[in-house]
Design a protein around this ligand. Structure first.
Ligand SMILES: [Zn+2]
Length: 60
């Protein structure tokens, strides 16, 4: 089994992991009808609307 030749320094490890801070946060959106938060391009779980029309019946 291949083994790394040298130990990675703390600085190198932390520099690599710091790149995660630069990445964009996950996308989010809000329902156009009830303003509840939801992922983009998904049916609203609260009111069942998508693209301005009722697509899922939500029981009260
Ligand atoms: Zn909604």
């Amino acid at each position: 089994m291949a083994v790394p030749k040298r130990k990675k320094s703390r600085a190198r490890t932390r520099h690599r992991k710091a790149q995660w801070l630069r990445t964009a946060p996950p996308a989010s959106a809000s329902c156009a009808r009830c303003k509840s938060p939801l992922k983009p391009h998904t049916v609203c779980a609260v009111c069942g609307h998508y693209a301005g029309r009722q697509v899922v019946q939500v029981e009260e």
